[in-house]
Every structure is written in structure tokens, then in C-alpha cells.
Design a protein around this ligand. Sequence first.
Ligand code: NAP
Length: 344
Amino acid sequence: MGASGYAGGELLRLLCGHPTLSVGPLFGASSAGRRISETHRHLPTLAGRMIEPIESGLWSGALAEADVVFLALPQGHSGAVAAQISQERGPVVIDLGADHRLADPDAWVTYYGSDTPYTGEWTYGLPELPGARALIAKSRQIANPGCYPTGVALGMAPLLVDGLAVPRDVVVVAASGTSGAGRSASATMLGSEVMGSLSAYKVGGSHQHTPEMAQTLSRAAGTPLPVSFTPVLAPMPRGILATTSAPCASGVTTDDVRQCLLDNYQHELFVRVLDDDQWPRTADVLGSNSVHLQVAVDTVAERVVVVSAIDNLVKGAAGQAVQNANIVLGLDEGAGLVAEGVAP
Ligand SMILES: NC(=O)c1ccc[n+]([C@@H]2O[C@H](COP(=O)([O-])OP(=O)(O)OC[C@H]3O[C@@H](n4cnc5c(N)ncnc54)[C@H](OP(=O)(O)O)[C@@H]3O)[C@@H](O)[C@H]2O)c1
């Protein structure tokens, strides 16, 4: 659902290379009745496939034959669609949108500006967070995390869990490529507006990913933890580079925080703590499901600073969704995914 969008297209690209899963019917809104090749020319193996209206998928019974339905719809739309997919005999539903991520319905209303209620039992699908993988494995409804919150959470959550970062005054500044805004046209996303310039937007805590970051980091810290988040639009198609900082506990060194991340992620295929002379770059994770992390203690400001890089369409969206599907279906968690980026 949402096959014609950027997240849907990336999902299809990954599924075309999946050793076990195959692509079923494709659904969209304004693109219904058109070939998928009109929007995704990079998917030649699906070139003859048609996009069908979302309603026909819900009414025809086609979804009942699927093992997994991926929802890659605009915010506020997946909640209503998911509610119409039977949970008794139906497929696993993985929602790449935001509708089921927030446990607090008031946060949804405040940041997403609609009164769509949070409904049902949904598991927040960030497998590398402590305890998450086992919950995902027994879930039928997965709320796939947002792109910005993924990189931020994987960098800062272990430091809060282990008490190396003090749970207050968390500051995030993160730059994203333009595909983060989706495929629909807007003047601010024109090449002539974006190229050659970095620009901050939704400054002052109004970005919709703010409560999601706060939710995940509060759970890690075991206490309510507000987050100050400033997003930046970067003149590149893909990638997020996030810098997250918080006060560090007394006496904590760079070696301590690096060791914390190394210990937490030593068995993780898709989280890489870089060598101590390297800092994450978006180019290195392009097309991969990896997050690259580096961390240091600023001894003057007495803060721990962690930098993360992801591909917003892969680990930030479609790759993470395939990873979650693999876990739920009992497949190899990395099936259809690569840890290696495209370089140069
Ligand atoms: N882009 C990212 O980096 C990213 C990362 C993580 C999560 N996400 C989430 O993934 C979801 C899709 O994002 P995207 O970037 O792929 O957006 P997108 O490129 O704008 O695609 C949106 C998709 O939803 C369909 N759609 C549009 N209006 C609709 C409506 N009124 N009812 C039902 N379907 C409608 C579109 O179909 P037509 O084209 O046929 O109209 C299209 O397939 C969003 O919830 C987004 O927050 C995106």
C-alpha cells in the first residue's frame, strides 16, 4: 500500500532481491490504474505491474492471501487502512507511517494535527533496542520507526540505559536528504530551492518526530525525557546525519561511551560503531540497512555527543520494515538486506 511513493519504491527494490518473499499486488492512490514503471523506472523486474486502488485491495480479499502487508501511506492514512485488515486470519501488518508509533494519543493530536486515535496493539519495530527483537517476533502489527528517530535512538539509547548519559537536556540536530519529504511536489523541494543550500525547518520543537524520539529515549532512561530537535534539509536525495548530545555522568570518558556502544552492538549486523578515528558519513550507508555510529565526550561542555548516519529510505524506512518482516516470519533477519553501502 503506497507502492508509488519513495518508501514504497524502496521496499519494492529490496523485495525484488529477497530470497524468500515475493511481491504481491501493488496499491496506490492517484497512481491507481497506471504501471509501476511510470513512477519507479529503477525497478525493471516489476515493469509490467499495475497499481490498483487501495480500496480494491481492502474489498477484494487479496490481502488475506498475503503473509505481510506493508503500509507506506501518508501520515493519518494508515490507521484507517490497518483497521480494515482482519487481524484474526489476516496478514502481518507493518506500517512505515507514523499512525501507530506514539503510545500517547495527545502527542499524536499535538504533532500530527489530526484526531486519528491510536488503536490496537502495535509493537514499535526497532529491533536493536534492548528487548525489542523478542517483542517484534511475536507481534502481528508493527509500527516501523521514523527515519530521524531511528538514528537518534540507536546512538543515544544505550548510553541512557547504561547510565553514561544523564537523562536531561537532550539536544538533536539532524540533516536529512530530500527524499525524507516524500515524492509529492512542493515549491520548497524544488531543485532550485534545495541545491547548494542547507536550511533548518520546523525549528523550536515542532517537528513531528520529536515526540517519537522522546518516547524511545524516555523508555531507555526510565524517566520522562524531553528532546530538543532541530531538523535540517540537505541538498542530497538520501541520508540522515544526526548529532545527539546530553550531559554525561561524572567521570565518564570517550573510551567509556565507545565501549558501551561496542558492547551493546557487538552482535548486530546492521549497527556499526566506527573505528575511533572515523566519523559517520551519509555516503557510506547509501543503499544499506546499516547505521554508522561514533561517539565522544566533550570534557569542556561535559556532554556526550553521538553522531549517527543512516539511509533514510533503508534503515530509516523500507530496510527496517523488511528486517521486521524477516523477524516476524522467522526468516534470516538480514534476508534481502545488505549492510554494505554504495561507494564512492
Ligand atoms: N521518505 C522517507 O524517508 C520515509 C522514512 C520513514 C517513513 N516514511 C513514511 O512512509 C510513508 C510514505 O512516505 P513516502 O516518503 O513514501 O511518501 P510519498 O512518496 O509521498 O508516497 C506516498 C504514498 O501514499 C499514497 N497516497 C497519497 N495520498 C494518499 C491518500 N490520500 N490516501 C492513500 N494513499 C495516499 C501515494 O499514492 P499515489 O502516488 O498513487 O497518490 C504514495 O504511494 C509516510 O508515512 C512517511 O512518513 C517515509
